[in-house]
Design a protein around this ligand. Structure first.
Ligand code: ZN
Length: 162
């Protein structure tokens, strides 16, 4: 086996890298000249859709920083759709109400997209709903039993995820 870049015989582990769209099998020293391809699968690799291979990978990663800002609720998509339908708004109506594109609303309601903070706030305001479990709210404004996800739930979730 030879390095396709420098031509030297590859004795150790080989690397598959991409340079300007071409996949090359190179030696370790040449790997830095391109972008390393994690899984060297030539057959059908170009057509493979990300996400199909690993359905679990789409799960939103959670970390401490999420907890500090408050968590977006797991059923945000349902809450938005239900609130919108209660108003008898189409996705387009909602999009106009928050000055966003209709496609964005549809993507969010299909859970293809998690609304960023700015969009989320506009949705909350337009639909009069809450999309976040803010830790400070659970302590100050609402009594016990009102919070759908406690810190304890999150901690056990994190533990079980390992
Ligand atoms: Zn080389």
């Amino acid at each position: 086996m030879q390095c396709e870049l420098c031509g030297a015989p590859i004795t150790g582990p080989s690397k598959t890298i991409q340079i300007e769209g071409a996949e090359l099998c190179v030696c370790v020293r040449c790997a830095k000249h391109g972008t390393e391809v994690q899984q060297p699968r030539r057959k059908g690799a170009a057509q493979a859709k990300p996400g199909l291979a690993a359905p679990q990978a789409k799960r939103r990663p959670r970390d401490v920083f999420d907890l500090m800002e408050g968590e977006i609720v797991d059923d945000y998509a349902d809450r938005i759709r239900v609130a919108r339908e209660e108003k008898e708004w189409s996705a387009l109506d909602l999009a106009k109400a928050i000055k966003e594109r209709e496609i964005l609303i549809k993507k969010i309601e299909k859970r293809d997209l998690i609304p960023e903070d700015e969009v989320r706030r506009k949705l909350e305001k337009a639909l009069n709903i809450r999309l976040i479990d803010a830790p400070e709210d659970s302590i100050s404004s609402s009594g016990p039993g009102r919070v759908s996800m406690t810190v304890g739930d999150v901690m056990s979730f994190k533990k079980s995820r390992k």
